[in-house]
Design a protein around this ligand. Sequence first.
Ligand SMILES: *[C@@H]1O[C@H](CO)[C@@H](O)[C@H](O)[C@H]1NC(C)=O
Ligand SMILES: *[C@@H]1O[C@H](CO)[C@@H](O)[C@H](O)[C@H]1NC(C)=O
Ligand SMILES: *[C@@H]1O[C@H](CO)[C@@H](O)[C@H](O)[C@H]1NC(C)=O
Ligand SMILES: *[C@@H]1O[C@H](CO)[C@@H](O)[C@H](O)[C@H]1NC(C)=O
Length: 182
Amino acid sequence: MNPSAMLSLLLLLLLAGRQAAAGETTLNSMCNFLGGDYVNYDYCVSTLSSDPVSATADGHTLALIAVNLTAANATAVRSLADSLSVSASSDSFVRASLQNCSSLYAASSPDLLRSFAAAAARNYTAATTALSSVLRVPAGCDEAFAAAKEGAAVASPIRTENNAFSDLATLAKAVNNYLASD
Ligand SMILES: *[C@@H]1O[C@H](CO)[C@@H](O)[C@H](O)[C@H]1NC(C)=O
Ligand SMILES: *[C@@H]1O[C@H](CO)[C@@H](O)[C@H](O)[C@H]1NC(C)=O
Ligand SMILES: *[C@@H]1O[C@H](CO)[C@@H](O)[C@H](O)[C@H]1NC(C)=O
Ligand SMILES: *[C@@H]1O[C@H](CO)[C@@H](O)[C@H](O)[C@H]1NC(C)=O
């Protein structure tokens, strides 16, 4: 190979390497940066990776993915609260609390839409603010059970899902907040 061809090949390899690195580092570097601040690195990577687009996505797209996952989960948790409130439990306090959780999740819909629209418009500050409101939902749902009738708090049958939603909304907020301060 002559030196000039060698140089071209080298340049080509260099460029290809840069492109691959840029694609994978947005997810990795963002999750690395967020790591420790309520969100852990592995959780951040594995959660966002549930959308295959995330592997090569830029920060903007990662913010949309995070909000999308949160919105989808709100719907899922709400359905679960609804179905449990009409089935199994014979305890009227548990049923009422589940109904409160359902109402809280339903009421988060405008904030989730607002945060998606804001993130889509690259207004990450507004998206972060809307997600702060969304985070009152899992807290309020827990309170519905903690503020039990006199005596011991009643265990929430959707504790796991409510906590998972809280983690998801926290991640979405952290991603938008990261972009807001960019
Ligand atoms: C978010 O969800 C909406 C509606 O479900 C979809 O049209 C859009 O492509 C999604 N965006 C991302 C980045 O996943
Ligand atoms: C979303 O909600 C469902 C149902 O409540 C839950 O089982 C699941 O773990 C949640 N998904 C994520 C990604 O947190
Ligand atoms: C972002 O959205 C907020 C709330 O809607 C608005 O007040 C603000 O002007 C927007 N910022 C930019 C830069 O568009
Ligand atoms: C449910 O919400 C209503 C008002 O929204 C409140 O009065 C009631 O105490 C709540 N129930 C529980 C179990 O938290």
